[in-house]
Structures are given as structure tokens and as C-alpha cells.
Design a protein around this ligand. Sequence first.
Ligand code: ZN
Length: 492
Amino acid sequence: MNKWTTKILNLFIIFSLICILASCSNTSKKPKYIFMFIGDGMGLHQTHLTERFLAEKANKPGVKILNFNKFPSYGHITTFPTDQFITGSAAAGTALACGEKTSMKSIGMASDKKRKLESVAEFAKKQNMKVGIISSASIDHATPACFYAHQPHRKNYYEISLELADSNFDYFAGGGFLYPDGNPKKSSELDNYGKSESRDTNKEKINSYTNAKNKSYTIIRSKEEFQKLKKGANKIIAINPNLADGESLPYDIDSKKDDIKLSEFTTKGIELLDNPNGFFMMIESGKIDWACHSNDAVTTIHEVLELEKSVEKALEFYKKHKDETLIIVTADHETGGLGLGFTLKGYKSNYDLFKYQNISSEEFAILFDKKMNEKDFNFEQALKMSEQYFGLNKEENKTTLTEYEISVLQKAFADSYKKNKTAENKIKYSGNHPYATANLRILSNKAGVAWTSFYHSASPVPIRAIGNSSDKFAGYYHNNEVALKIKELLRN
Ligand SMILES: [Zn+2]
């Protein structure tokens, strides 16, 4: 080899080394901050309904696309569990959280309900990242539970709350514990599974909140205390001072000044969790699902919009840490079989009508039941409530009721006195309030929206991502692969 050949060879070797080093540093650059947003029950139609509603409200054609639907990476994931086709939140949550499809009702456990699965949150914690779990449902509800608990049945709420206190995660926020003094004995389904079956019912149980305090968690229950929380505060359980049914946050449409909203819990999470080792935060909008179980389109829209606001908080953070942040927005399944069309409307729709509903059907039902206890409450007064809360039967709203619709409301009025005790009511309203449900159904249909179920549907759900490694989340694949992809990123 002459002098020149050696020189060129040396240069080539140095150049190759630089290239290898450069590529190594590229692949090892994993996301430092991960946001995983889950809209429970939020299928494609739930977001498109909201997008069309926003456009119509602003008197614009087409749709106003939600910010998270503009993310550069877009895909769909299947939702089915291992033992049937239509999933539930526990099986879907486990797949999303742990990376393995499982059987119905399982929380962080394999199909056999024996083998525990490790969640991405636990995995992140092992890597010294801080972890936050936020939900607008109770904090021991199926979706959040899949990130820190391992139970054969989702109804083991008390056991789930004990696991929460053992998780060592840094920030829990949203709703409270459903059964802090032990699961009720009434659920026969509950007793078929796991720990509850063998639990010593005579032994006095430690209260879930006391237990969490004993494990050095600070419980925050007022907005003032919540606002005072500063960076460095550790092991926090922050609960909205005012809780609705099922220890959940009130629906956004019903929320009051004192309430802490999902977006505020998200902002605080960012403030508390930001640290040199990074964080993993799961934020669940749990009540999109509940609103859809009631077939309540307007409440759904408001829940989706509050989720959008929460994602915006993450986006503000992302803009400051673009290369290090990954934001994922997905769902566990679709709820309600929501269809953006209704046969009697043909090709017409009028989502503008949705602006007249000013209360969730759940809150309406509470008001209505109070009225029913009054002696002289009659159908005429019920109709007045339809006008006041749903904008129905008002000429200027273009919601004048047809004879048929009046007869539907009349029947529902009578059914409301039977509550859900009759088999007929169970089939017709599936445990929902008869009169509220009839109003929702009429409003939806007049707007050109239809529901096929009071339960979940098997539809695949969208997944969007922005930021570090977001391209990995495009495509059509199974829900469990989401967690596998996140774990893979964190392993690098
Ligand atoms: Zn769900």
C-alpha cells in the first residue's frame, strides 16, 4: 500500500466510525416525555361528530378538524379481546397498557387470569421516569387500573386501590376510589373471580385513602390545595372536590367553577412530573364512554372537546421539547355504535340542533326524578323540561315534535315511573333513564345521528401520534402492539 492509499483508507475508516456513531446516537434517542391519551369509547365517529358540530356552530361548511386529528402519524388499531369480538375497557386497557391481548374483565393479567403483565407505566417507572395516571372516571376504574394493577376481575375495585398505593407512581389525578371500604358483596359476578372470593369478610378493612396515606401519598381534595401543588411535590393523589356518579369527575357540560377539569389535571401533571429522567403520563377521558352508553351525543361532544383541550396542554409542552416528546391519542374501543346518518333523514343532517342541549342526560335524570316525586307532575310539565334542557318542541329551534315523537315521549314518561324494574324497560333503555333517553334519541335523530347500541361496538379505533418516534404508530395493527412499541422505544 502506498502512502496515498493508506491515507484514503484511514480517512474512510474515520468517516465510517463517525457515521456509525451518528447513527447510534440517533437510534438511542428515545422519547423522554411520553403522553398517552385514551378517549374511552372515542371512535372515529365521536370525533367527526364533534368536528361537524363545531363547523355548523360557526356557520361554516364541512368540519373543523380537531388538533389531535391533524397529527402527522395516523392509524387504526383492532380492539377485540381473546375470548369474544366486542371488547370491554378492562381487556382493551390491558392490551393498550401491557402489550398483550387478554380476556374480558382482566386487569393487567393474561387471558388465564393468573399471569401478571407488566404495563408501560411500570416499565417506565423501572427506568426512573416519573409516572402520572389521570382519569375522569374513578381512579380505580378499568382503564387507569390496567396501568398499575393486576386483577382477574375489573370489579375488584378495593384490591385495585390497594395496588395503586403500592405502585409508587408519582401522580394520580381525577376521580376518587369507588369502594374505599371494601367491595360490596352484592355482585355475584365479582365473587366468581380471584381475591374477592377468598377474602376474609369479617376482618375490618383498612380504608383505601388511609392506606394510601400510610404509603406516603398526599391526598388533595380541594381546588385551592391543588393549585398550590408545586414542582417537587411527590406521590400525590389529587381528586376533584365534587364527584359525580361512580366517584367520577362531573361531565364537562355540567361542570362548575370549583371543579378541576381533565385539562387542569394534565397541566398540573406536566408541572409535577417534569424532571431530568423524563415521564410517562396516561390521561384518560373516561366518560366519553359513559355518555355514549347513554347515547348522549351532546355530552359526548363536550367530553371530546375537553380531551382536545387536555391534548393541547401536552402540545404546548411538546413545542418546547420537540425532539424529546411523544404524544399518542387513541381509544380503547368505540361505544354506542354511533352512526353519522339516520334513515328518516336520508342524506340530510342538522347538527346545529345539538347546541340546544345544556345538560347531561345523567343530570337531567336527577332533576326529572325529583319532579316525579312531586304530586301534580304531569306530561305537560315533562314536555316543558324537554324544551328547557334539550331545546325540543320549539318552532324557532326547528324542533317541533311530530305526533309520533310526542307518543314516544308519552310512553317514556310512563316508563319512567316503572324505572328499570320491568324486562321491557331493560330492553328499551338498558338501565338508562326512560324519559331522558327518549329525549336524546329524538334530538339525535332530528340532527341526523343514530345509535345502534347502548354498549360497545367492535369497530377498530384511530390512533394518532406526534413527536419523537411518532412514525412507528401509523398503520393498521392490533391494540396490544401500541404498548409493545412504547416498550421497544424505552428499551433503546
Ligand atoms: Zn372503555
